[in-house]
Ligand binder design. Sequence first.
Ligand SMILES: Cc1cc2nc3c(=O)[nH]c(=O)nc-3n(C[C@H](O)[C@H](O)[C@H](O)COP(=O)(O)O)c2cc1C
Length: 471
Amino acid sequence: MAINDLSSYLAYLEKKHRLVEISSEVDRELEISTFTDIADRESRYDSKALLFSNVKGYDMPVATNLFASMNTLRELLDNEFVSEVLGNIRSQHFKMPLLKGAKALMSMNPSTVNQSLKGYERSDDLGSLPILKVWPKDAGRFITLPMVISKSPKTGNVNVGTYRMQVYDNKTTGMHWQAQKGGAIHAIEAREEGKELKVSVVIGSDPYNMLSAVMPLPVNVSEFSVSGLLRNSRTVLMKNGDYPEVPANSEIIINGHVDPDEKRIEGPFGDHTGYYSIPEPTNVFHVDEVFAKKNAVYSASVVGFPWHEDAAIGQFFMEFMKPAITMMNESITDVYLPPEGLFTNVCFISINKRFPGEAMKAMFSILGTGQLSFVKMIAVFDSDIDIRDQSKVLWALATRVEPERDIQIIKRTTSDTLDHAANRTAFGSKMLIDATKKMREEGYEREWPDTISMPKEIINEVEKKWKSIRH
Ligand SMILES: Cc1cc2nc3c(=O)[nH]c(=O)nc-3n(C[C@H](O)[C@H](O)[C@H](O)COP(=O)(O)O)c2cc1C
């Protein structure tokens, strides 16, 4: 089934019985988010997408939880080419058929059409959009799943990122791009050039474009190239006057501009940390014009105390990136970001330890990798520990760690903007825990005891007897 825009994606979810339509009247203030919260509590990592077709006071339906199922994410991004390339690089035997390789490379090259915005309804402000208020103490209504598209004033490179936007009024919003993110870097460049930054904001497209906007890609990697690779066909963009080009399958387009010197207080917002964010100054986005496709659906994401949609997205991306991480650091056998650790605060890795200091080396490599550099506490385990099993993790922490020797604090470094525990925004410390068995060369002079286990044959034999006794 071809998924080439949001409506075909919704049809796909419906066919898979992963979409629930709610046709009774709902309020965009707190009610839609509460429905979504309840659905997420019922089903971790595999929540249904919700389509609210009767939103009080609005003609436009609202979709939430579009990416809350890891099964859906796995199906969408089960890309033969990407897994073959990674497999080939690992095995050092390149077997990729030329044609397949050429097609995949072509798919990374977005095409641009002249298609006009004729099929869209134009308005001057945000008045027709059913933007949600998610939690009671939120400072107002927030656009929570936008694709914010900007161009580097210096290089012309395009960035697409999902950054929440607080509605101040129908012509003005906040633009919550964190300091290290692509959009924020473009705003800094615009200030250096003494210009304002033209920004187009898209709400709703095909899932590949929408997911590429939240993917923690390196700043110099184009999101629209990655979405083409994942979709296995070129991303089609359309010209958009003076504003950055937008996907030709956009549901809603908001064109506007940011004056890099203008800041306004943003928040509080009920964030994925489980706390309300602390109000802080952020850039301001001025709405110039809004276009909505006929029968457009407004998409939103609901986050809060874990678990929500972001847990499935984060978990999936980690799974997706694992082959690349383990390829760059071959001693790492697994990486896990527990959802309660918010994907930035707690990270567990396991290694096949071969030489002294290797545990530390592995932790440094994670802390130096893209957005994983936000991780606050990292622990490394031997590969006999299943780091996804909390009881094994606690057992290893209890039995393989000598605090004075194995815990290191790294001071005065980057931290996640959302970490309110740090004294300063985005600047704090890190804790590194080495929970591997220590070697003689690492100063451990005692004998490391064997772990207790029974031979498999005896277990099998006794299990048979046990079954016959119990039945
Ligand atoms: C639902 C959702 C909301 C997000 N909101 C923000 C946000 O407000 N600010 C931000 O900097 N990142 C936010 N992110 C994370 C970014 O989208 C992510 O870091 C992405 O890689 C940014 O793109 P960039 O690297 O091109 O800047 C959010 C992610 C999700 C899934």
